[in-house]
Write a protein that binds this ligand. Structure first.
Ligand code: NDP
Length: 503
């Protein structure tokens, strides 16, 4: 039997008699102030937009589950990983990074890959990207880096000078730039890319032993990318192609899936490893730290309402559960603040209570009260302070992270690790990429860097040259630059190079 037609009401439930004709004083009008239905409708419409995320504004999301397929209990006491076969509900949001909410899905950009596991010990968020590394290793540089991908303050247009000026003055970015300008910078869909936790995280077991881990989510669909030409034509044909693809695949029952692997490093290995294992600009080589399979993630349900569930979803790399904790990675430490801070700005201090964000598989009890849009019972008549002798919620010592050693001076120090910024970018170019990958990389870079001023082109080419001589030489050739000048700049210190190419 067809569902009985619902009656239209005001926001407060009163029936509405007419939703087509405003109340007027005579015919044709003017409109009367006392048309409160019209006022409510317009006023709510005026407030429909919330601030868009300053990064990762354009995204798509879906629900699914995670199933444990490998025993990792000797490394972590996280309950959702405690048993092979155990399943945990989750929500995933994919995104581009730099563009606005209306930008095209096929833009060259890293892709956000954020997973919220609704575990029985609280929500665990793995807030990663489709790249295992990042452009910078210090959060002090993050707002500047993002500004370079936003619009020029004067022209309000995207500006290759801003982007390449910053990157060429920040040599640690060259590894990520090399991935971004390979065809992996334009994944064919969200289903055809890997996800990475990118940072190093800490796992600890119930004996208090700890391990450093890196997460990899490997797509079962296989990696597929657009060439630059294909991406450009998709931007025109369907700016929402990846959003549409994710939704349609799930509707058709073709559920995207990923295998979760971790690389594991002991504290002893970390202490004398050949480079800093907490440096987000580097990967851990597979040969040294072979990936261990943990489980499988499947996305099998679309959200019913995009705004409620995807736009209002809020992830934080600081949402840990017992058995998982932070590492000293400076970028991670910065994100621990910035993510929840941005959500409080975007959604308000009670954003954790929105259905997509709330702890679904365990209760939430604490002494936080009130605030904008507190829409549950706000703790009712229970005590709102701790300690109390009225049977209020109490901390459980067994949930504390194990103590960890910290030593040294409080200092702002330049990165001084003996290994340099160029080795892994060079390895990627020389050892991992095919001839086709290298050819596309060169044309993708020259096509974009060619829009920047010549002095910036020279400085950036010197950075590529330092990663690999052939790589730098091919970029220089593609841009019509003097190779001798590129070599001269490559031999300089970063400070001398900046001086020699100043505007
Ligand atoms: P391996 O040969 O063991 O691994 C190379 C990995 O590179 C592959 O497993 C694949 O990772 C990834 N890869 C393949 N083609 C491309 C491409 N065109 N662009 C970017 N990544 C690609 O060597 P190492 O572990 O010693 O790493 C060598 C280099 O590979 C690194 O310097 C890094 O640039 C890159 N890399 C390494 C990863 C790691 O975690 N060790 C992960 C990704 C890249 P995947 O299966 O994750 O796609």
């Amino acid at each position: 039997m067809a569902e009985k037609k619902k009656k239209l009401t005001s926001n407060f439930g009163a029936p509405v008699g007419d939703d087509q004709n405003s109340l007027t004083a005579g015919i044709p009008g003017p409109v009367l102030m006392q048309d409160v239905h019209l006022l409510e409708k317009l006023a709510h419409f005026d407030r429909e937009r919330i601030p868009e995320r300053v990064v990762h504004a354009k995204g798509a999301g879906a629900y699914g589950y995670f199933e444990v397929t490998g025993d990792v209990t000797r490394y972590t006491k996280a309950k959702f990983l405690s048993e092979v076969g155990k399943k945990t509900d989750l929500f995933v949001r994919f995104s581009t990074v730099g563009g606005e909410k209306g930008s095209a899905d096929a833009e060259r950009d890293p892709r956000g890959f954020a997973v919220k596991f609704y575990t029985e010990e609280g929500n665990y968020d793995l807030v990663g990207n489709n790249t295992p590394i990042f452009f910078i290793r210090d959060p002090l540089k993050f707002p500047d880096f993002i500004h370079t991908q936003k619009r020029n303050p004067a022209t309000n247009c995207k500006d290759p000078d801003m982007f390449w000026d910053f990157l060429s003055l920040t040599p640690e970015s060259v590894h990520q730039v090399t991935i971004l300008f390979s065809d992996r910078g334009t994944p064919k869909t969200y289903r055809h890319m890997n996800g990475y936790g990118s940072h190093t995280f800490k796992w600890y077991n119930d004996k208090g032993e700890y391990f450093w881990v890196q997460y990899h989510l490997k797509t079962e669909a296989g990696i597929q990318n657009f060439t630059a030409e294909e991406a450009d034509s998709m931007k025109v044909k369907d700016p929402d192609h990846a959003t549409r693809d994710l939704y349609d695949s799930i509707e058709k029952g073709e559920y995207p899936a990923w295998r979760l692997e971790v690389q594991i490093m002991t504290p002893e290995q970390a202490a004398d490893y050949r480079f800093d294992p907490f440096d987000i600009t580097k990967v851990w080589p597979h040969a040294d730290f072979p990936p261990v399979t943990v489980g499988r993630m499947v996305l099998d349900r679309n959200p019913e309402n995009y705004f409620a569930e995807v736009e209002q979803s809020a992830f934080s790399p600081g949402n840990f559960v017992p058995g998982i904790a932070a590492s000293p990675d400076k970028m991670l430490q910065g994100r621990l603040f910035s993510y929840p801070d941005t959500h409080r700005h975007r959604l308000g201090p009670n954003y954790h209570m929105l259905p997509v964000n709330s702890a679904k598989n365990c209760p939430m009890h604490n002494y936080q009260r009130d605030g904008l849009m507190r829409f549950d019972s706000n703790g009712g008549g229970q005590p709102n302070y701790y300690p109390n002798s009225f049977n209020g919620p109490a901390p459980d010592e067994s949930a504390s992270d194990p103590a960890f050693e910290v030593s040294g001076q409080g200092v702002r120090q330049k990165y001084t690790h003996p290994n340099d910024d160029f080795v892994q970018a060079g390895d990627l170019y020389r050892k991992v990429m095919s001839d086709t990958d290298r050819g596309n990389l060169i044309s993708n870079i020259t096509g974009n860097l060619g829009g920047a001023q010549k002095r910036i082109q020279l400085r950036q080419s010197a950075i590529f040259y330092k990663a690999d001589k052939e790589y730098g030489a091919r970029i220089a050739e593609g841009l019509g630059l003097d190779l001798k000048e590129v070599e001269r700049l490559a031999a300089m210190s970063p400070e001398e190079r900046a001086e020699a190419t100043a505007g």
